[in-house]
Design a protein. Structure first.
Length: 570
């Protein structure tokens, strides 16, 4: 079969480029075997020593397109800001730049005529087609976004250079300060990059010879960037300026808030809760991202089982009593509280909240920010609320005896009180309150329910592998829920959708202890936590461990992740 029109043009372009001579061209034209598609590329590269990129250039010229070397392009989380990564991967395209209203996109298949139109409709930008090698595009998706990508230009401006080992050479420019352009850009870029990669917390940590920036994504910290030591104080000072903190006070911890839309022209509406602390090598900063566009999720989306959801909904619709959420920092307590309030928030109900800090602003809620420096504590706020005719009161956290006492009184005097505590599981919350000095009969008569919770990583749906647990794994499942069968584990090879980690997103697990007569009697007798746990389980409570194993059974997570989060019940 003689060469087709496109193949002839590619060969002619290689002759023009000086990569083939007239004899070689004649030999290629005289061939009768099928040289369509990749076969011609393979022949040119193996027999005629034409490089892959030269083949691409010739092909692009034959098709009147510009060639683009995708191998040299660095994928960053910003790459997929306009076109979703799944779409790009499926159609083998990579957005590589933007000029005004024009989007530059590298295509593997130049004959796909409908794709540019789809991308144009999706982004509202004119698409300029570039030709990239299919292998290069596939390789990029297989590797996923590169860790330090997106910062190179700013890091270079500051004067840092990345060596082969990834170590940072000291900056040449001695006067790096918080007002210098690159520092302002760096602070913004760190926040933007974290937002687009789905980060919950940003850690800026000074070390002996450098400053490390780490992002917590789905509960796991990932190193993002290493900077020269001297950039640290300037970066911290810049972040302090953004949240109106005292930049001269470096010896005491400080808390603040960054309203990020004041500092960026991009359409990113988020706030950051900022905490600074003096560490052994300088000041460190931790920033919690509060995305205003994702205020609350509906209760069913938080991971409650159907049984727990029905019980919890019944509790939040009671006219008075106390609902407590417990768990460590970052276990989704605030999100659950906001979702619950959002569900019961109607014009005929007055809701007052005392928070430190206000994480999300919800319409229809009256929210109060605490200021301990001027004496506005949770206890003071609670006292004020009791004179403001509320139906529902949310207290950010019960930290001391005074707050606990007033909270219980509020729950006993016709208010629905919702709050959080730092305990490991639901039954120990009771002993925590009695340790604070609240009488056990007051706890038992005010308590509606205690919800202990954690967040577990969801197993990636595209890369998960089904298997049947054996031995100890099977025993753990049978003991917890009386069932064992086919479940899922992560794909050891990883997949591009989850960045090779095997997990994407998180799901909540809950231990819901609802008050009943038997439990009230046990609390009044000051029974131990283990006894309270047995009573609650007899009355239908699923422990955190049991709920986590149910999530494994439903294919939402892996057995490994479940046991890493909550140990099996004794």
């Amino acid at each position: 079969m003689p060469l087709g029109k496109i193949q002839l043009q590619i060969v002619s372009k290689l002759v023009e480029m000086g990569r083939l001579d007239a004899d070689q061209r004649a030999a290629l034209i005289a061939r009768t075997d099928d040289l369509s598609g990749d076969a011609l590329d393979k022949l040119l590269q193996e027999d005629y020593k034409v490089s892959p990129f030269q083949c691409l250039v010739a092909k692009a010229r034959a098709l009147h397109l510009s060639p683009y070397n995708v191998a040299h392009y660095r994928l960053t989380p910003q790459t997929f800001e306009r076109i979703p990564q799944d779409f790009c991967q499926e159609n083998l395209v990579v957005p590589v730049g933007q000029v005004g209203d024009m989007l530059l996109v590298a295509f593997a298949n130049p004959f796909e005529v409908t794709l540019p139109t789809k991308i144009q409709e999706m982004t509202g930008k004119t698409v300029i087609r570039l030709l990239g090698r299919e292998k290069d595009i596939k390789d990029k998706f297989a590797k996923g976004p590169e860790t330090t990508a997106g910062f190179d230009d700013v890091v270079m401006q500051i004067g840092a250079e990345y060596g082969e080992s990834g170590a940072v050479v000291a900056a040449a420019d001695e006067d790096v300060n918080e007002e210098s352009g690159p520092i302002i850009q760096l602070a913004n870029r760190i926040i933007e990059d974290a937002y687009f990669s789905g980060t919950s917390d940003i850690h800026v940590e000074p070390q002996e010879k450098e400053v490390i920036v780490r992002n917590r994504i789905d509960g796991i910290c990932h190193e993002k960037l290493r900077l020269p030591k001297k950039v640290g104080p300037a970066l911290v000072a810049r972040l302090k300026i953004m949240c109106n903190l005292d930049i001269s006070e470096r010896r005491l911890p400080q808390d603040g808030r960054i309203v990020f839309k004041q500092y960026t022209k991009k359409n990113i509406d988020l706030d950051l809760r900022v905490s600074t602390a003096p560490l052994n090598h300088g000041e460190g900063v931790v920033m919690r991202i509060l995305d205003k566009t994702k205020t609350t999720l509906p209760l069913p989306a938080l991971g409650f089982s159907e049984e727990n959801l029905a019980k919890y909904r019944e509790c939040i619709r009671q006219p008075y009593g106390m609902i407590l959420h417990c768990g460590p920092t970052g276990s989704g307590k605030s999100m659950t509280l906001y979702s619950a309030l959002n569900e019961i928030n109607t014009p005929d109900i007055v809701i007052r909240t005392a928070e430190d800090p206000i994480e999300y602003t919800l319409p229809g809620l009256n929210q109060m920010q605490m200021h301990r420096q001027i004496g506005l504590t949770f206890a003071a706020a609670l006292r004020a609320f009791l004179r403001q005719d509320p139906d529902i009161i949310l207290v950010g956290e019960i930290r001391d005896k005074e707050t606990a006492g007033i909270a219980v009184e509020a729950a006993l005097t016709g208010h629905l009180l919702i709050s959080t505590l730092h305990t490991n599981d639901a039954p120990t919350t009771i002993s925590r309150l009695t340790e604070m000095g609240v009488e056990s009969f007051m706890v038992s008569s005010s308590l509606l329910c205690v919800c202990a919770q954690r967040l577990m990583r969801r197993v990636c749906k595209t890369g998960r592998v089904a298997y049947t647990p054996e031995g100890r794994e099977r025993d753990v499942m049978e003991k917890a829920i009386g069932w064992s069968g086919q479940v899922f584990k992560i794909n050891p090879k990883g997949c591009p959708k989850c960045g090779g980690s095997g997990y994407k997103g998180r799901v909540g697990i809950h231990e819901l202890m609802v008050s009943n007569e038997e439990l009230v009697a046990a609390i009044n007798k000051e029974a131990e936590s283990a006894e309270l746990k047995k009573i609650a389980m007899r009355n239908g409570m699923k422990t955190l461990h049991q709920d986590s194993i149910l999530k494994v059974k439903d294919g939402l997570t892996t057995l490994e992740e479940a046991i890493a989060n909550v140990p099996p019940d004794m």
